[in-house]
Write a protein that binds this ligand. Structure first.
Ligand code: ADP
Ligand code: MG
Length: 395
């Protein structure tokens, strides 16, 4: 992180109203209860820190995509309920984000944590309108950004508001920036990156960034077929982005000059159609049948990759190794995840689907760090600036 930013620990919050941007964009079930409270629990350290230091947290989040208008099913009431359970302290939900009624309710509920309504009910949020940002700022004395997952977006609650209040980061934000930022600075070596996922175009900047710092990049998932094709091999009906072949070829060239090992799978599980019940078999990479498609890495690749992972001292993983949603094609992802979970290395995971896979296998706790920020994490690792982070006060 360059330059380092101030956190809530660097300023005096005692007796202050602190407007905290959290990322409580959680999934709701059909009864509109919170189906997964991981994001809520991730923000508890900041909320508890503020309470312990006699500050008054006023929390704000977006939920879903209401497009600047009120959508009844996207109110933050169920989130407030879940937060109250997790926090074990009173939480008051307000049906608005700004205005005199909100001000009054904040003054009245001095001993409660406040959760405002869905920010995206207001068009000014996504459009980053100064008057909405200013109205938000009027609710508090200090602004704290703990929503790493939205830090790549310049909205009123992430960037606009920082023009009006002293602005610092929360503890989750700090942990995300330190952990992910640390990967690009001084990782313990060997540093092995495991990259999968569906689109190579999404991962090119990431590959480019890791070519400057990783020792080995293990590729899998849908993205590896563009690499394989660029080497002159045939890939049958597997997913490919023809227009990215040139880019990938130059990345592989860069890898050679930088002496970074980039591995592609040496075998695959191939299927006769894109279906969970498709016929499937294991073939070496150079023998993918023309009318079949590869949907998972094969057993020999799992062995090769696990060998590299076991030798690593730092492992970063992003992107499933196959179509892990379907059991016939989930073995590669599961085996690699298990191997990462077992190593002594520092293990860091980013990406929404990778996170989902880990949870499905019950392995999240075995990792040193699982990022809560999908797009934001990728942006940071690509070496790009995050507007919401840039807007905070320098330390
Ligand atoms: P993350 O969210 O962890 O960054 P991505 O979104 O990049 O991961 O990729 C996840 C998706 O990639 C999954 O839905 C998975 O089914 C798909 N995928 C993985 N391997 C293949 C493959 N061989 N063919 C098609 N899709 C694949
Ligand atoms: Mg994804």
């Amino acid at each position: 992180m360059n330059p380092p930013k101030k956190s809530i620990k660097d300023i005096d919050v005692k007796g202050k109203k602190v407007l905290v941007r959290v990322d409580f964009n959680v999934p709701l079930d059909k009864d509109r209860n919170v189906a997964d409270d991981n994001r809520i629990r991730s923000a508890l350290p900041t909320i508890n820190y503020l309470l312990e230091h006699n500050a008054r947290p006023i929390l704000m989040t977006h939920l879903g995509r209401p497009k600047g208008q009120i959508v009844e099913s996207l109110r933050t009431a169920p989130v407030a309920k879940k937060l109250q359970e997790d926090l074990e302290k009173p939480v008051v939900y307000l049906k608005e984000c700004v205005g005199p009624r909100v001000q009054k309710a904040i003054d009245k509920n001095k001993n409660s944590v406040i959760l405002l309504e869905n920010l995206r009910f207001y068009p000014g949020e996504r459009e980053n309108l100064p008057d909405f940002a200013c109205q938000l700022a009027q609710l508090a004395d200090i602004y704290c950004d703990d929503a790493f997952g939205t830090s790549h977006r310049a909205h009123a609650s992430t960037v606009g508001v920082t023009a009006f209040l002293p602005s610092v980061m929360g503890l989750l934000m700090e942990k995300e920036l330190e952990t992910l930022g640390g990967l690009l600075e001084n990782p313990a070596r060997p540093f092995v990156v495991v990259l999968g996922g569906n689109k190579v175009s999404d991962k090119l900047s990431l590959i480019d960034s890791f070519l400057n710092i990783a020792d080995t990049i293990l590729t899998g998932g849908g993205m590896c077929f563009t690499l394989i094709k660029s080497m002159g091999l045939e890939i049958g009906q597997s997913v490919i982005e023809e227009d990215q072949i040139g880019q990938i070829a130059s990345a592989l060239k860069k890898a050679r000059t930088k002496r970074v090992r980039v591995l592609v799978p040496n075998d695959f599980v191939v299927a006769d159609r894109f279906d969970k019940a498709a016929n499937h078999k294991i073939v070496p990479t150079e023998m993918i049948p023309p009318d079949w498609m590869a949907l998972d890495i094969g057993p020999a690749t799992i062995d090769t990759y696990c060998l590299a992972i076991r030798e690593a001292r730092t492992v970063f993983w992003n992107g499933p190794m196959g179509v892990f949603e379907w059991s016939s094609f989930s073995k590669g992802t599961k085996s690699v995840a298990e191997c990462i979970a077992e190593t002594e290395a520092t293990t860091i995971v980013g990406g929404g689907d990778s996170d989902a896979a880990l949870r499905q296998y019950g392995l999240s706790e075995k990792m040193d760090f699982v990022s809560t920020g999908g797009g934001a994490a990728m942006r940071l690792l690509e070496g790009k600036k995050l507007p919401a982070v840039e807007a905070l006060m320098d330390r």
